[in-house]
Design a protein. Structure first.
Length: 435
């Protein structure tokens, strides 16, 4: 070990007990308007961000522009014969707060088609990357590579910059990006996992339909795409991907810089990887139970054995929600309609029937109900998308809808550079009265 690394390790070992003591013994001590626990603990629960795009209600789940998920799905226009709304109409709804008419949605659909061509140099960049690069690295790189197209950057450099008009090029950039993301995502998927064979877009289709087409997955995967992108679009402003996108945009960075940064945050195991981890765990459960038909008695026994061994049940619990995540419920309804006899779904559904009561009995979980990740990977696997690493890219396409709507409004309202104030550990110790 080098002298530098050895010295650093010594300092780390000295510092850790100080931080632990502050959290455990003085966490409730106020530092201004917040507590020491909040200053050290990632500002959890600190109300210092504003968004009208979505709100996370503990009992009702996500509200998009004031509407619950069921209300949103019911209100928005749908393609003929489909169960889920146009993603383009959802974009209109998030931006304006108004439910669009079918004609208004069709106008956005046509606008997306005109914007959707991915520049050739972006494809060249992707093809120059090692094929074993993670798909999220490719996805983020492609977004960043398109920055040369930024209309906001050109406007800012024109010498005619007016802060109150800056929302316009931000909207244009955001719409350009969103129209291209399904094409980029499908290209990465086919290049990495389908022998570099590609499917040309079908411009007679909406965003969800065209994405399924370019992925090479038969319907009703088009409805899976619409549902998945809408459900994963936004989650207030405090989650890592949304907050990072907002933070970078607050420096007057354009939408390309901001979204690429947010996507990098989404790639973190504590944010966007949960669905694939839950799926892996579920498949492990099937192996341990030798694929037996899941019954309440079998599953209860397994769950208790898991908990008593010190492990958790992945996909259950949420930092804010205090009931079943409506995003989970929406996906469950889809499964009950389209894949009720799929063995993996049967395991998921039996867990849903037994886990909440067991967690309540155990008494450790604030929220014993399933979240969105408990279900989403199962649907992807059923439709043949069995490459775990790609799941977060799907999440990223959806998340882009909400965060791009947010930064368009941030720019419209002239929100300033975000710049919280930091304190040293010694300052916290002084506030806590530690000598």
């Amino acid at each position: 070990m080098s002298i530098l690394k050895e010295t650093l390790l010594k300092k780390i070992k000295e510092q850790r007990p100080r931080t632990t003591k502050l959290l455990k013994e003085y966490g409730d001590v106020k530092v201004g308007e917040v507590t020491i626990a909040q200053t050290i603990g990632g500002a959890r629960g600190v109300r210092c961000l504003v968004t009208d795009i979505s709100y996370l209600d503990p009992m009702e789940g996500i509200r998009f522009r004031g509407k619950t998920i069921p209300e949103t799905m019911a209100a928005l226009p749908k393609p003929a014969g489909k169960d889920f709304p146009y993603v383009e109409g959802f974009w209109y709804f998030l931006l304006t707060g108004e439910v669009p008419t079918k004609a208004q949605v069709e106008e956005v659909v046509e606008d997306f088609k005109k914007r959707s061509k991915v520049p050739r140099y972006v494809i060249d960049v992707l093809r120059a990357m090692p094929r074993d690069s993670h798909p999220m690295v490719m996805f983020s790189t492609a977004i960043l590579a398109m920055q040369r197209e930024s209309k906001f950057t050109k406007y800012y450099s024109s010498g005619k910059f007016n802060k109150m008009d800056a929302w316009d090029p931000m909207f244009e950039d955001s719409t350009d990006i969103l129209a291209r993301l399904p094409h980029i995502a499908a290209y990465i998927y086919r290049m990495k996992y389908k022998g570099d064979t590609h499917i040309e877009p079908d411009f007679s289709l909406d965003m969800g339909g065209n994405f399924a087409h370019m992925m090479g997955i038969d319907n009703p995967y088009d409805d899976v795409a619409r549902m998945y992108f809408i459900l994963h679009s936004d989650h207030e402003s405090g989650n890592v991907s949304a907050h990072t996108t907002h933070l970078v945009a607050s420096a007057l960075s354009d939408a390309y810089y901001a979204l690429s940064a947010g996507i990098n945050g989404l790639a973190g195991p504590l944010h966007g990887l949960a669905n694939q981890e839950v799926l892996g765990w579920l498949q492990g459960v099937m192996v341990k139970l030798e694929g037996k038909e899941p019954t309440p008695d079998i599953m209860k026994k397994f769950v208790w054995e898991t908990l008593n061994s010190g492990q958790v049940i992945p996909g259950y619990g949420h930092a804010v929600l205090r009931k079943t995540d409506p995003r989970y419920a929406s996906q469950r309804d889809f499964c009950l309609k389209h894949l009720p006899d799929y063995p993996l779904f049967k395991y998921v559904d039996m867990l849903y029937q037994v886990v909440p009561d067991i967690l309540v009995e155990q008494g450790k979980a604030k929220n014993p109900w399933p979240n969105v990740d408990a279900q989403s990977g199962v649907i992807q696997w059923y439709y043949g998308l069995t490459d775990y690493d790609f799941y977060t890219v799907l999440f990223g396409v959806g998340r882009a809808i909400g965060v791009l709507a947010n930064i368009t409004w941030d720019r419209a309202l002239g929100y300033p550079l975000e710049r919280p104030k930091s304190l040293t550990t010694a300052m916290l110790e002084k506030t806590a009265g530690i000598k």
